[in-house]
Design a protein around this ligand. Structure first.
Ligand code: ADP
Ligand code: ADP
Length: 230
Protein backbone atom coordinates (compact mmCIF):
# COMPACT_ATOMS: atom_id res chain seq x y z
CA UNK A 1 0.00 0.00 0.00
CA UNK A 2 1.51 3.30 -1.13
CA UNK A 3 2.05 6.05 1.46
CA UNK A 4 3.97 8.41 -0.82
CA UNK A 5 2.72 8.91 -4.37
CA UNK A 6 4.63 11.45 -6.43
CA UNK A 7 3.61 11.83 -10.07
CA UNK A 8 5.29 13.90 -12.73
CA UNK A 9 6.86 16.32 -10.28
CA UNK A 10 8.51 19.26 -12.02
CA UNK A 11 10.43 22.15 -10.58
CA UNK A 12 12.45 24.84 -12.28
CA UNK A 13 14.13 28.00 -11.11
CA UNK A 14 13.70 31.52 -12.46
CA UNK A 15 16.89 31.18 -14.43
CA UNK A 16 15.12 28.21 -16.13
CA UNK A 17 17.27 25.51 -14.50
CA UNK A 18 14.94 22.50 -14.56
CA UNK A 19 15.92 20.67 -11.37
CA UNK A 20 13.04 18.13 -11.42
CA UNK A 21 11.95 17.08 -14.87
CA UNK A 22 8.86 14.96 -14.26
CA UNK A 23 9.75 12.65 -11.39
CA UNK A 24 7.37 9.86 -10.37
CA UNK A 25 7.80 7.52 -7.44
CA UNK A 26 5.51 5.50 -5.20
CA UNK A 27 6.75 4.35 -1.82
CA UNK A 28 4.88 1.67 0.09
CA UNK A 29 4.26 1.63 3.81
CA UNK A 30 7.29 0.23 5.67
CA UNK A 31 9.42 0.43 2.56
CA UNK A 32 13.00 1.73 2.64
CA UNK A 33 14.04 3.58 -0.51
CA UNK A 34 17.59 4.80 -1.03
CA UNK A 35 18.17 7.62 -3.52
CA UNK A 36 21.50 7.74 -5.31
CA UNK A 37 22.96 9.71 -8.18
CA UNK A 38 25.40 12.52 -8.92
CA UNK A 39 25.53 15.71 -6.93
CA UNK A 40 23.07 18.26 -8.26
CA UNK A 41 20.82 15.63 -9.89
CA UNK A 42 17.83 16.69 -7.76
CA UNK A 43 17.69 13.97 -5.08
CA UNK A 44 17.56 16.37 -2.16
CA UNK A 45 15.13 18.70 -3.91
CA UNK A 46 12.86 15.75 -4.71
CA UNK A 47 12.63 14.34 -1.20
CA UNK A 48 12.19 17.84 0.23
CA UNK A 49 9.00 18.14 -1.80
CA UNK A 50 7.56 15.30 0.34
CA UNK A 51 7.44 17.43 3.47
CA UNK A 52 6.69 20.73 1.80
CA UNK A 53 10.17 22.16 2.25
CA UNK A 54 10.38 22.63 -1.50
CA UNK A 55 7.61 24.11 -3.63
CA UNK A 56 7.22 22.68 -7.12
CA UNK A 57 5.35 23.80 -10.22
CA UNK A 58 3.87 20.70 -11.85
CA UNK A 59 2.79 17.21 -10.94
CA UNK A 60 1.19 15.89 -7.78
CA UNK A 61 2.30 14.56 -4.43
CA UNK A 62 0.02 12.65 -2.06
CA UNK A 63 1.33 11.75 1.38
CA UNK A 64 -0.76 9.20 3.28
CA UNK A 65 -3.84 10.35 1.40
CA UNK A 66 -3.15 14.07 1.91
CA UNK A 67 -2.68 15.95 -1.32
CA UNK A 68 0.14 18.44 -1.08
CA UNK A 69 -0.85 21.54 -2.99
CA UNK A 70 1.75 23.34 -5.10
CA UNK A 71 1.52 26.42 -2.89
CA UNK A 72 2.17 24.29 0.21
CA UNK A 73 -1.13 25.28 1.87
CA UNK A 74 -1.63 22.06 3.80
CA UNK A 75 1.91 22.20 5.09
CA UNK A 76 1.08 21.56 8.76
CA UNK A 77 -0.80 18.34 8.13
CA UNK A 78 2.06 17.06 5.99
CA UNK A 79 4.82 18.05 8.40
CA UNK A 80 3.19 16.02 11.16
CA UNK A 81 3.40 12.92 8.97
CA UNK A 82 6.93 13.36 7.72
CA UNK A 83 10.07 13.67 9.84
CA UNK A 84 13.34 14.80 8.34
CA UNK A 85 17.02 14.49 9.17
CA UNK A 86 19.53 16.77 7.44
CA UNK A 87 23.21 16.57 6.67
CA UNK A 88 23.91 19.42 9.12
CA UNK A 89 21.97 18.17 12.16
CA UNK A 90 20.22 21.59 12.55
CA UNK A 91 19.88 21.27 16.32
CA UNK A 92 19.16 24.36 18.40
CA UNK A 93 22.56 25.14 19.96
CA UNK A 94 21.19 27.05 22.94
CA UNK A 95 18.84 24.22 24.01
CA UNK A 96 19.85 21.02 25.78
CA UNK A 97 19.53 17.72 23.97
CA UNK A 98 16.36 16.97 25.91
CA UNK A 99 14.84 20.38 25.10
CA UNK A 100 15.71 19.95 21.43
CA UNK A 101 13.69 16.73 21.40
CA UNK A 102 10.71 18.00 23.41
CA UNK A 103 10.37 21.39 21.69
CA UNK A 104 8.09 20.37 18.81
CA UNK A 105 5.92 17.93 20.79
CA UNK A 106 5.27 20.64 23.39
CA UNK A 107 4.68 23.55 21.00
CA UNK A 108 3.17 21.80 17.99
CA UNK A 109 1.45 18.78 19.51
CA UNK A 110 0.64 20.58 22.78
CA UNK A 111 1.89 17.73 24.92
CA UNK A 112 2.44 18.36 28.61
CA UNK A 113 6.11 18.85 29.42
CA UNK A 114 6.23 15.70 31.53
CA UNK A 115 4.78 13.49 28.81
CA UNK A 116 7.07 15.02 26.18
CA UNK A 117 10.10 14.41 28.41
CA UNK A 118 9.14 10.81 29.10
CA UNK A 119 8.81 10.10 25.41
CA UNK A 120 12.02 12.02 24.66
CA UNK A 121 14.01 10.04 27.22
CA UNK A 122 12.79 6.78 25.68
CA UNK A 123 13.85 7.98 22.25
CA UNK A 124 17.22 9.17 23.51
CA UNK A 125 17.77 5.74 25.04
CA UNK A 126 16.81 4.13 21.75
CA UNK A 127 19.45 6.13 19.88
CA UNK A 128 22.04 5.66 22.64
CA UNK A 129 22.21 9.26 23.90
CA UNK A 130 20.50 9.00 27.29
CA UNK A 131 23.63 10.07 29.22
CA UNK A 132 23.90 13.24 27.13
CA UNK A 133 20.29 14.37 27.68
CA UNK A 134 21.22 17.44 29.71
CA UNK A 135 24.19 18.51 27.62
CA UNK A 136 24.17 21.03 24.80
CA UNK A 137 24.65 19.99 21.16
CA UNK A 138 28.08 21.65 21.04
CA UNK A 139 29.30 19.25 23.73
CA UNK A 140 28.45 16.21 21.60
CA UNK A 141 30.26 14.52 18.72
CA UNK A 142 28.77 14.84 15.24
CA UNK A 143 27.51 11.26 15.38
CA UNK A 144 25.82 11.92 18.70
CA UNK A 145 24.27 15.13 17.40
CA UNK A 146 22.88 13.33 14.38
CA UNK A 147 21.34 10.68 16.62
CA UNK A 148 19.71 13.48 18.62
CA UNK A 149 18.35 14.88 15.36
CA UNK A 150 16.85 11.46 14.58
CA UNK A 151 15.28 11.30 18.06
CA UNK A 152 13.92 14.82 17.61
CA UNK A 153 12.25 13.88 14.34
CA UNK A 154 10.83 10.68 15.83
CA UNK A 155 9.37 12.60 18.78
CA UNK A 156 6.69 13.94 16.46
CA UNK A 157 5.65 10.34 15.75
CA UNK A 158 5.94 10.64 11.98
CA UNK A 159 4.73 7.94 9.62
CA UNK A 160 7.57 8.64 7.21
CA UNK A 161 11.21 9.59 7.80
CA UNK A 162 13.32 11.41 5.22
CA UNK A 163 17.11 11.37 5.48
CA UNK A 164 19.14 13.82 3.39
CA UNK A 165 22.77 12.66 3.40
CA UNK A 166 22.66 12.07 7.16
CA UNK A 167 26.25 10.80 7.37
CA UNK A 168 27.98 13.05 4.84
CA UNK A 169 29.10 15.61 7.43
CA UNK A 170 30.44 12.99 9.85
CA UNK A 171 33.92 11.70 10.54
CA UNK A 172 34.21 8.11 9.29
CA UNK A 173 34.22 6.57 12.76
CA UNK A 174 30.83 8.12 13.50
CA UNK A 175 29.10 7.05 10.32
CA UNK A 176 28.44 3.55 11.58
CA UNK A 177 26.63 4.59 14.76
CA UNK A 178 24.19 6.70 12.74
CA UNK A 179 23.66 4.00 10.12
CA UNK A 180 23.03 1.49 12.92
CA UNK A 181 20.24 3.68 14.29
CA UNK A 182 18.78 4.02 10.78
CA UNK A 183 18.96 0.25 10.28
CA UNK A 184 17.14 -0.37 13.56
CA UNK A 185 14.49 2.14 12.58
CA UNK A 186 14.03 0.43 9.22
CA UNK A 187 13.70 -2.95 10.96
CA UNK A 188 11.01 -1.50 13.21
CA UNK A 189 8.88 -0.89 10.11
CA UNK A 190 9.38 2.82 9.53
CA UNK A 191 8.83 4.04 5.99
CA UNK A 192 12.09 5.71 4.97
CA UNK A 193 13.45 7.62 2.00
CA UNK A 194 17.19 8.18 2.31
CA UNK A 195 19.54 10.17 0.12
CA UNK A 196 22.91 8.61 0.85
CA UNK A 197 26.12 7.49 -0.81
CA UNK A 198 26.50 4.62 1.69
CA UNK A 199 26.47 1.58 -0.59
CA UNK A 200 26.72 -0.89 2.30
CA UNK A 201 23.62 0.58 3.91
CA UNK A 202 21.76 0.55 0.58
CA UNK A 203 22.69 -3.09 -0.06
CA UNK A 204 21.66 -4.27 3.38
CA UNK A 205 18.68 -2.10 4.23
CA UNK A 206 17.05 -0.72 1.07
CA UNK A 207 14.08 -2.43 -0.50
CA UNK A 208 14.70 -0.40 -3.64
CA UNK A 209 17.42 1.88 -4.90
CA UNK A 210 16.42 4.85 -7.02
CA UNK A 211 19.03 6.44 -9.27
CA UNK A 212 18.54 10.04 -10.34
CA UNK A 213 20.46 11.93 -13.00
CA UNK A 214 19.82 15.44 -14.32
CA UNK A 215 16.43 15.81 -12.68
CA UNK A 216 15.07 12.42 -13.74
CA UNK A 217 14.80 8.96 -12.26
CA UNK A 218 16.81 6.74 -14.59
CA UNK A 219 16.65 3.46 -12.65
CA UNK A 220 14.67 1.84 -9.85
CA UNK A 221 15.75 -1.63 -8.74
CA UNK A 222 16.19 -3.81 -5.68
CA UNK A 223 19.77 -3.50 -4.36
CA UNK A 224 20.78 -6.99 -5.57
CA UNK A 225 20.01 -6.00 -9.11
CA UNK A 226 21.08 -2.39 -8.80
CA UNK A 227 24.60 -3.10 -7.59
CA UNK A 228 25.24 -6.28 -9.56
CA UNK A 229 24.42 -5.41 -13.13
CA UNK A 230 27.40 -4.94 -15.49
P1 ADP B 1 21.37 16.43 -5.11
O1 ADP B 1 20.63 16.24 -3.84
O2 ADP B 1 21.16 15.34 -6.10
O3 ADP B 1 22.81 16.80 -4.92
P2 ADP B 1 19.94 18.87 -5.32
O4 ADP B 1 18.50 18.54 -5.22
O5 ADP B 1 20.61 19.48 -4.13
O6 ADP B 1 20.72 17.65 -5.85
O7 ADP B 1 20.18 19.76 -6.60
C1 ADP B 1 19.78 21.03 -6.62
C2 ADP B 1 20.20 21.58 -7.95
O8 ADP B 1 19.45 22.75 -8.15
C3 ADP B 1 21.66 21.95 -7.97
O9 ADP B 1 22.15 21.71 -9.27
C4 ADP B 1 21.62 23.43 -7.65
O10 ADP B 1 22.71 24.13 -8.20
C5 ADP B 1 20.32 23.84 -8.30
N1 ADP B 1 19.73 24.98 -7.63
C6 ADP B 1 19.42 25.08 -6.32
N2 ADP B 1 18.89 26.27 -6.04
C7 ADP B 1 18.87 26.93 -7.20
C8 ADP B 1 18.44 28.24 -7.59
N3 ADP B 1 17.92 29.09 -6.70
N4 ADP B 1 18.56 28.58 -8.88
C9 ADP B 1 19.06 27.72 -9.77
N5 ADP B 1 19.48 26.49 -9.50
C10 ADP B 1 19.40 26.11 -8.22
P1 ADP C 1 23.14 22.22 -0.63
O1 ADP C 1 24.09 21.48 -1.53
O2 ADP C 1 23.79 22.77 0.58
O3 ADP C 1 21.86 21.48 -0.38
P2 ADP C 1 21.48 23.89 -2.25
O4 ADP C 1 21.54 23.30 -3.61
O5 ADP C 1 20.28 23.64 -1.41
O6 ADP C 1 22.79 23.51 -1.44
O7 ADP C 1 21.68 25.45 -2.37
C1 ADP C 1 21.90 26.25 -1.27
C2 ADP C 1 21.39 27.64 -1.58
O8 ADP C 1 22.03 28.16 -2.74
C3 ADP C 1 19.91 27.66 -1.85
O9 ADP C 1 19.36 28.83 -1.30
C4 ADP C 1 19.82 27.67 -3.34
O10 ADP C 1 18.62 28.31 -3.76
C5 ADP C 1 21.07 28.43 -3.75
N1 ADP C 1 21.59 27.92 -5.03
C6 ADP C 1 22.15 26.72 -5.24
N2 ADP C 1 22.51 26.56 -6.51
C7 ADP C 1 22.18 27.72 -7.13
C8 ADP C 1 22.29 28.18 -8.46
N3 ADP C 1 22.83 27.42 -9.43
N4 ADP C 1 21.84 29.40 -8.73
C9 ADP C 1 21.30 30.15 -7.78
N5 ADP C 1 21.17 29.78 -6.50
C10 ADP C 1 21.59 28.57 -6.18
Amino acid sequence: EAIIVAEGVEKWYDNSFHVLQGVSLSVNKQEVVVMMGPSGSGKSTFIRTFNALEPYQKGSIVIDGIKLSHDLKNIDAIRREVGMVFQQFNLFPHLTVLDNVTLAPIWVRRWKKQKAEEVAMQLLERVGILEQAHKYPGQLSGGQQQRVAIARALAMQPKIMLFDEPTSALDPEMVREVLDVMRTLANSGMTMVCVTHEVGFAREVADRVVFMDSGKIVEIAPPDEFFNHP
